[in-house]
Design a protein around this ligand. Structure first.
Ligand SMILES: C[S@@+](CC[C@H](N)C(=O)[O-])C[C@H]1O[C@@H](n2cnc3c(N)ncnc32)[C@H](O)[C@@H]1O
Length: 294
């Protein structure tokens, strides 16, 4: 059932997989990608959150949606302090935390102006911004910084760690929830599937988890807690694949669909198709990590 060669062969019978080599994954492309796909995401994934659910028993359940945030909340301070969310998409992660821990002040930033229109009235403060440059936050001003499924978009992750290190108060934490690639030696098919998935989702080359930990160490962070949650995200990835798979099974109509719609839109379905196989074959991993500023 989980066979990368088979998956690629099937996709290649419908869509030209080699066209991806010309894809660009810069800031403008990322904004365009999220703008073009917001409606599709609302339909097949969720209207508020873009991240994967954590399903603890291997079975998808709607309430698993906020499990990543429940896990994260363990690392929030007990006193009222400053929490900064990077790359928030809409405000719902910080909004969820605000509804459970209203004593804190939440700041969040994203590349996109559009998110402003989703801003809640109070409790959460929006700043348009690129997470490579947090100059609107002064040094040692935040107690917890977190980022969910967005560090993968960065081509300069060491810079992000450096900036977060600067804005954090000593002894406080940076929580990163994200997916990574190849902790093992990959076959040609696995490498190709990983490259396709990354490019179609505007991710700048997926890096191994250990490489990203090295960036953190380089910026003087210490790894405080880590958990491989690859199997926990699998049910929501499978759900996404199931919900989009009808598009691949319409014969000639599928070919027409994928040639008619712009790649920025249709390519997302390639990623949804390949993701579960990447996780099951350990060609990709998903980690929950907490780095501490010593
Ligand atoms: C997969 S979505 C994140 C979803 C959100 N964190 C959640 O849990 O639902 C990735 C987000 O990262 C944002 N993003 C990507 N690169 C960024 C950057 N350099 N600075 C700020 N935001 C960025 C995108 O605009 C998008 O909203």
């Amino acid at each position: 059932m989980w066979n990368m060669k088979h998956d690629l062969f099937f996709l290649a019978s419908i869509i030209d997989l080699d066209q991806i080599s010309s894809f660009i994954t810069d800031g403008a492309a990322i904004q365009n990608y999220y703008w073009a796909n917001q409606f599709a995401y609302s339909l097949v994934h969720d209207r508020k959150y873009l991240h994967m659910w954590f399903s603890l028993w291997g079975v998808f359940h709607k309430s698993d949606l906020c499990e990543p945030l429940k896990k994260l909340s363990v690392f929030l301070p007990k006193q009222p302090w400053i929490i900064l969310e990077l790359a928030c998409w809409r405000w719902h992660n910080s909004g969820y935390l605000y509804s459970h821990y209203p004593e804190h002040t939440y700041f969040w930033c994203d590349l996109s102006d559009e998110q402003l229109s989703y801003s809640p009235e109070n409790g959460v403060v929006y700043t348009k911004g690129n997470f490579h440059d947090l100059s609107s936050f002064s040094s040692e001003s935040c107690d917890v910084v977190f980022i969910i499924e967005a560090l993968c978009h960065s081509s300069m992750k060491e810079l992000v760690f450096k900036e977060v290190f600067r804005v954090l108060k000593p002894w406080w934490k940076f929580v990163v929830i994200d997916w990574y690639g190849w902790s093992k030696i990959l076959s040609k098919d696995e490498l190709k599937a990983l490259e396709l998935t990354a490019k179609w989702m505007c991710v700048y080359g997926v890096e191994p988890y250990l490489a990203v930990c090295d960036y953190a160490e380089w910026a003087w962070f210490e790894l405080n807690y880590e958990e491989d949650v690859s199997l926990a995200v699998l049910p929501s990835m499978e759900r996404l694949k199931r919900r989009t798979s009808w598009l691949w099974n319409l014969g000639m109509l599928s070919r027409n669909f994928f040639s008619f719609f712009p790649r920025v839109f249709s390519g997302n379905y390639v990623a949804a198709y390949l993701m579960p196989t990447l996780i099951v074959t350990w060609a990709a991993e998903y980690w929950f990590s907490v780095f501490e500023k010593k």
